[in-house]
Design a protein around this ligand. Structure first.
Ligand code: ADQ
Length: 745
């Protein structure tokens, strides 16, 4: 039976050693709850670090750990102290975390830490591979493990892999500063499905993929390495019932069951009547905007002094990553601010801020959520922010107001919250006043609408939706129905070649025989190419044809002295070997005068693009332009050109980073057909890399060996990944015995 393997940095259980005794605490966090049903199904397993380093464990303790984890359907990845220092506190939390949250000034780029990140990701991938069987689904979580999907895929391509990022994905302008940006993207693209909390993060990711890797994206699909990688947003929810039920229970809790905190909170409302509590809960992290929040509260007290002694900010901060210097600094700064403001504003009866720096049991959290009239959630950046959702779910009487930073992913869903910019103190102060004065009917209307949404799309639904999408991503047909030109195909082709009497080679030029250069003029043939084609053409049973969109002047200059047939201008001109040029299509080119000025406006507005003028066509090249802008402009230009050519005599062709307009009755297919009509070939080989070659592939008989260079959709029977193997294949035909090993080893 197939299983699901969950992979995250930490396990849903926390292990501690006390006096050589192992203590196992199960986590009640959002992720653990959300994954519960996925994890408990069949023989599923959760792989992660136990929290204990190799140095803390001897053989006996290791055995105890493994045993305890097995009971919880977990397996651990063994990490050393150094791994934890460099991979976790180092690269994950000093590079990726600040960079992805737009804290560039905190972002460190350390080679040693990057190497450790790679090494530890490899440990995780190996552990997964040890458990994974064919048909299993793997769900990798978060920024600590971004290389794991590709590392798994490299070793076992048949596995279905999902990746979810819990933090924001930054804009390309931030991501591009990262020294190992392409490797990180490659890592994630090993997945079949990549998930983010919001559509903005999806956009940013696709933008990085387009601009850094030059890959085409269609809607949310990326074609990569012969596979489709799906990218989508899955806003994570909470365990709504857990919070809602606990809040109901809180209301009716008998006196003797009340916690100290609850008593203290009740005392507060008893003594201070209309004194309201404003709640703030987060991990102590600089992304959460804690100092800004305190300063905005100070601003509020100064601007609206009538609220002195009438409100109190209850601030709960959970200690987090206290090994990292910026977190220590933040702690100091927060302590100082709280001290200063309490010192400045406190009266005999009132301290404006109650500050707790510790983790709290679930019941206490509920007490706080349930007793606070306003929640002030003001992160500078936050992937989602579950606290905002937990507050709403805990409002048993549908009262209360959520003030939420628009920089949190949750703001995209919770439109009924009062949204603020966390850097705008004026706005926060005014919004706080508005929140404190909001009539009960409006509070209720807003809370009810938010509750409806978060109760429907809860954390279980979130994991279900992700798993459903992951499952269907695995059902996607391979992009290539076309087969890869493997060693076996190559061997069969070699046999057919040997037994054939009359052979035809149709060879596209740019992107096939030569790689792309910055400008077309630079892509002239090299001596090795001449040698190769010469030896192929030396066999009198072979007809070597260069079939290209290039103009006949250029190809005539380059190959005119050779014993090859040339078809140029997409099939307007033909020069059979040893003969003169003949125009095989009658074409006009007076239309160019009208089209060129339109194309020129696109050149002006798309830096890096240019027009290549050929005898019978105009080509707009955009290889050197910004990928994202050029994609938009290419679509625009295609639309404009198509709307101008209503009489069907012209056609717009989409090539490899080029848009070309030419006479529609001319194409490589018609030209190839003309050659076929004149002779009985019993071996045909055709190879090309872009759309213009598709006409040729379609025209040729099914027995022909048609080969596409690259992984885009094609009518060719076979494909090779890129242009580097084209010459080796031709060398094979030209007689080199070792070619198979060269191509495929
Ligand atoms: P976090 O940055 O940890 O998560 P958040 O989503 O708010 O942020 O989750 C915090 C969790 O910790 C909440 O469930 C909350 O109840 C709990 N918590 C907070 N203070 C506590 C305290 N003092 N004691 C006990 N528990 C406390 C990361 C991303 C977020 C994203 C989540 C999930 O940074 O943006 O929402 O992952 O994907």
């Amino acid at each position: 039976m197939n299983k699901t393997i969950i992979v995250s940095n930490r396990l849903p259980v926390n292990l501690k050693i006390d006096n050589r005794q192992l203590q196992v605490e199960t986590s009640v966090g959002g992720l653990a709850t959300g994954m519960k049903s996925v994890h408990s199904e069949g023989n599923g397993i959760w792989i992660g670090w136990s929290g204990l380093t190799e140095e803390q464990l001897d053989a006996e303790l290791t055995e105890k750990v493994d045993e305890a984890l097995q009971k919880e359907k977990c397996a651990t990845v063994s990490l050393t102290e150094k791994d934890v220092e460099n991979f976790y506190f180092g690269f994950s939390n000093r590079t990726l975390w600040p960079m992805f949250h737009y804290f560039q000034e905190y972002t460190e780029f350390e080679l040693e830490q990057w190497n450790s990140y790679k090494e530890v990701n490899r440990k995780f991938a190996n552990e997964v591979l040890a458990y994974a069987n064919e048909g299993d689904m793997i769900w990798v979580h978060d920024y600590q493990l971004m290389l794991v999907p590709q590392m798994i895929r490299d070793k076992n391509p048949a596995l279905t892999i999902g990746f979810f990022l819990h933090i924001p994905y930054p804009s390309y302008e931030i991501f591009r500063t990262f020294p190992w940006r392409e490797e990180l993207l490659n890592g994630v693209l090993g997945a079949n499905l990549v998930g983010f909390h919001t559509y903005d993060y999806v956009r940013h990711f696709l933008s990085s993929v387009k601009r850094i890797k030059g890959l085409e994206t269609k809607f949310n699909d990326i074609v990569y390495d012969g596979r489709t990688v799906k990218v989508d947003s899955f806003p994570m929810g909470i365990d709504y019932n857990q919070f809602n039920n606990a809040a109901q229970e809180h209301k009716t809790r008998p006196e003797d069951k009340k916690s100290d905190l609850m008593r203290k909170l009740e005392e507060h409302s008893l003594h201070f009547g209309d004194n309201k509590l404003i709640l703030s809960i987060d991990r102590m992290d600089y992304t959460k905007g804690i100092p800004n929040r305190i300063l905005a509260f100070e601003y509020f007290l100064n601007k609206y002094p009538e609220y002195k002694e009438k409100v109190r900010l209850v601030m709960l901060a959970v200690p987090s990553r206290s090994n990292v210097p910026q977190y220590q600094k933040l702690k100091r700064e927060t302590d100082e601010l709280v001290g200063r403001i309490n010192g400045q504003f406190a009266t005999v009866n009132w301290t404006p801020i109650w500050y707790f720096y510790r983790s709290m049991p679930f019941e206490d959290l509920i007490d706080l959520y349930a007793s606070s009239q306003v929640a002030l959630v003001t992160p500078i950046r936050d992937g989602m922010n579950l606290v905002a959702k937990e507050y709403v779910a805990s409002r048993a009487d549908n009262d209360g107001v959520l003030v939420l930073s628009e920089m949190a992913g949750a703001a995209k869903e919770l439109h009924e919250a009062l949204l603020i910019n966390p850097n705008n103190f004026e706005q926060i102060a005014d919004t706080l006043k508005f929140a404190l004065e909001m009539p009960p009917e409006e509070q209720s209307s807003r809370i009810v609408q938010m509750k409806e949404r978060i109760s429907r799309y809860n954390v279980e639904k979130w994991s279900e939706e992700f798993m459903k999408a992951l499952y269907s991503s695995a059902q996607e047909p391979e992009v290539q129905v076309t087969r890869e030109l493997t060693t076996e195909v190559f061997a069969a082709m070699g046999n057919d070649y040997d037994s054939a009497q009359k052979r035809l080679f149709l060879l596209d030029y740019d992107g096939t025989l030569v790689g792309f250069k910055n400008t077309p003029a630079e892509a002239f043939p090299d001596d090795k190419l001449f040698d190769l084609l010469d030896s192929l053409a030396a066999d009198e049973n072979n007809e070597v044809v260069i079939i290209s969109g290039r103009d006949h002047d250029t190809l005539g200059k380059w190959f005119g002295h050779k014993n090859y047939t040339l078809i140029t201008d997409h099939g307007v001109w033909l020069r059979r070997k040893g003969r003169d040029w003949e125009a095989i299509e009658r074409v006009k080119s007076d239309w160019k005068e009208n089209i060129r000025p339109i194309m020129e406006t696109f050149v002006d507005r798309t830096p890096g693009s240019f027009i290549e003028e050929k005898n019978y066509s105009l080509a707009w090249h955009y290889r050197k332009a910004d990928g994202e802008l050029a994609d938009i402009r290419a679509k625009e230009l295609e639309f404009v050109l198509n709307s101008l050519i209503s009489n069907n005599s012209l056609a717009v062709l989409e090539g490899n980073k080029v848009l070309e307009i030419k006479n529609s009755n001319v194409n490589k297919g018609r030209a190839a057909g003309r050659l076929l009509a004149g002779a009985a070939y019993d071996f045909i080989f055709a190879i090309g890399d872009d759309w213009t070659d598709e006409y040729m592939f379609e025209e040729l008989p099914v027995s022909a060996y048609t080969v596409k260079v690259g992984s885009a959709k094609t009518h060719a029977r076979f494909y090779v990944k890129d242009n580097s193997s084209v010459r080796l294949i031709l060398e094979g035909f030209a007689g080199s015995k070792t070619v198979q090993e060269q191509v495929y080893n």
